[in-house]
Write a protein that binds this ligand. Structure first.
Ligand code: M6R
Length: 608
């Protein structure tokens, strides 16, 4: 969480920082701030509660100084409320600092360095700034190293020292940082989106290394004795700035919903060889799939929901246990994981701290790890034994949409390859499965043509404080995601239930006109789900039913029926995902809410 950026070079630092922060705002939008090192080598601070647009206005009003060097921050509050004082940058003596992460031992450090009475904010970050100022004796590398040795927790810091005008120092542990030396100057940021307007080449700041940015040079130093210089591995982004713009759509979320068919093709097509899924270009050997006796899928939020779908698809074919666990639970359990376990971690950002910790735990237990990640070079991708990149392009809206579909596409391909190499699928069956997966793409396109119809039916949902999502089997797994999406961006209390479980308690909540979004696409439990729908209908529910084109639905069963294209049972998730995302999207729009940046959330969750 929190977006950070540092710039030094020939251009207008204020403009670059403010534009960069607008692109990073999805990481946190409680407050924003910049510190500029002026042409007279003074440091000027501008910070404001609220969005980057507030900060821009504030900078204009105060005629922010001309500068060629500065650092900027968008905050997702952890320690201390949402106030101007708690906004970054923090200034302490000769040090100006921005921070992404959490310093866990800030309380101890406050006592040890006698900081009580000096602190202006309630943040852990200011403590780090003040400690750094106390230990700084003119050598930034030595001071940052000493600070790093004292800190517990996670951090990505950018620091300006008063006696080093024009230079920026950055260091990280766990929290992400990327950097680049471009023709327009040197940049460091928490995410690539801030770098892309200036370059496509960048490097990931290695953990526990210091980066020094001067206007025309970026050097990386190891923390070993005498700080030897390290040459980082350069990477290249395969998307451009257009991908990170709204391109005529009113919201990123709607744009990203519409990008799904393309993202699916980009993820699937390069990995087909002779009609079968093939991961040789990804460096993933078949032995990874044949050598395991169980699978654990570990992830958070939407990514975890893809695991729920994958289990329902994989287990019946592979006939080995597939467990799905929330990463924040997995990491504090003593999971039954060993060398014969394949742990699949899923993360759009590749930086989710709980998922990263789960990955590390799995590796400690000797498991082999495969990550499914969207952001190239992210920590999870780098630390897992094997990585399967999804090619969704940047996902900016906080609510995940295209990442969900492509994670599923990748998991379905893994399921298919695994079934084939383990002898569970004949070649024909594997080819058929992959063909069905590809047929899901036009099914999603068809679903997108129903956007206006879906917009029309959300009126009833937005009038209710609650909504229920029900389904059986795979339909239940989709419902979990539908409910998360709705509550996340419309603030309607939405819960998903296995349809057959309602009568064991939840049905007590069904009252007159309460919206029930029922999904009934699984043939083998279709009639059972229909019975459960009748039960809620009999108790006054307003039923929105998602069913196949060909399903025969009695009149009176549902108030609204959304028809989805006829695809094989295992693939209905793809058009259903589009429909459920559109329901959530139009509900949020209908309530006039901030679709892309819902309250209390951030895109990348890098704190526990
Ligand atoms: O970057 P990740 O995929 O690891 O993120 C995991 C969750 O935080 C994320 O999917 C979250 O649940 C979404 N905001 C839901 O739309």
């Amino acid at each position: 969480m929190c977006g950070i950026i540092g710039y030094t070079g020939p251009l207008d630092a204020r403009r670059i920082l403010l534009e960069g922060l607008s692109g990073l705002e999805y990481r946190g939008y409680d407050s924003a701030g910049i510190a500029l090192c002026t042409v007279n080598a003074d440091i000027e601070l501008y910070k404001k509660v609220g969005k980057v647009s507030n900060l821009k206005e504030y900078c204009d009003r105060r005629s922010a100084a001309a500068a060629h060097c500065g650092i900027g921050h968008t905050r997702w509050a952890t320690h201390g409320g949402v106030t101007d004082a708690n906004a970054h940058p923090h200034r302490a003596g000769r040090v100006t600092l921005i921070h992404n992460g959490i310093i866990e031992n800030y309380h101890d450090l406050t006592g040890r360095f006698r900081l009580e009475g000096q602190l202006i904010s309630q943040t852990d970050s200011e403590v780090a700034a003040r400690v750094l100022d106390q230990i700084y004796q003119g050598d930034p590398l030595a001071a940052l190293k000493e600070l790093a040795e004292m800190l517990e927790g996670s951090y990505g810091f950018c620091v300006m020292f008063d006696d080093q005008p024009g230079n920026i120092y950055a260091i990280r542990s766990v929290s992400p940082l990327v950097a680049s030396c471009t023709r327009s100057g040197s940049l460091v940021a928490s995410d690539l989106t801030a770098l892309i307007p200036y370059t496509r080449e960048y490097f990931v700041v290695p953990e526990n290394h210091i980066v020094k940015l001067t206007p025309y040079k970026v050097n990386v130093y190891s923390l070993e004795e005498d700080f030897p210089r390290v040459v980082p591995e350069m990477m290249c982004v395969n998307w451009n700035m257009d991908a990170a713009m709204k391109n005529g759509y009113p919201h990123f979320m709607l744009k990203e919903i519409h990008e799904q068919p393309e993202a699916m093709k980009n993820t699937i097509l390069p990995r087909i060889s002779r009609g079968l899924p093939d991961f040789s270009e990804d460096g993933i050997p078949d032995e990874l799939f044949t050598g395991c006796s169980q699978i654990h899928v570990v992830a958070c939020g939407t990514a975890m929901h893809t695991g729920m779908v994958a289990r329902a698809v994989m287990e019946p074919v592979l006939r080995i246990p597939v467990h799905v666990t929330i990463a924040s639970e997995f990491r504090y359990e003593d999971p039954l994981v060993d060398e014969k376990t394949l742990v699949i971690v899923i993360s759009q950002s590749g930086e989710t701290i709980d998922t990263l910790a789960a990955l590390r735990l799995a590796q400690e237990y000797g498991a082999r790890t495969l990550s499914i990640v969207n952001v190239k070079g992210s920590t999870i991708a780098r630390e897992s034994d094997f990585v399967l990149y999804t090619h969704a392009g940047p996902e900016i809206a906080v609510a995940s949409t295209k990442a969900y579909s492509v994670q599923l596409a990748a998991l379905y391909m893994v399921a298919c390859r695994m079934a084939y190499v383990r002898g569970k699928y004949s070649r024909e069956e594997a080819v058929r499965f992959l063909t069905d997966l590809l047929d899901s793409v036009p099914a999603m396109e068809t679903m997108l043509t129903q956007a206006d119809f879906i917009r029309g039916i959300v009126t009833h949902i937005i009038q209710s404080p609650d909504a229920f999502f029900i389904g059986r089997g795979l339909d239940y797994a989709f419902s979990l995601e539908g409910a998360l999406k709705l509550k996340e961006i419309s603030y309607i209390h939405a819960e998903a239930y296995a349809a057959g479980e309602l009568k064991h308690g939840t049905i007590a909540l069904i009252s007159d006109r309460v919206p029930v979004i029922a999904t009934a696409t699984q043939e083998h439990v279709f009639s059972k789900t229909i019975s459960n729908i009748r039960e809620v209908k009999a108790r006054g529910a307003y039923v929105i039913l998602l069913a196949r084109e060909s399903a025969v639905i009695d009149s009176g069963l549902a108030d609204v029926v959304i028809r989805i294209p006829d695809v094989d049972d295992r693939f209905t998730v793809f058009p259903i995902a589009v429909a459920l995302q559109l329901i959530a999207y139009y509900a949020s729009v209908g309530k006039n809410l901030d679709v892309d940046q819902p309250r209390n959330l951030a895109k990348s969750v890098t704190v526990e």
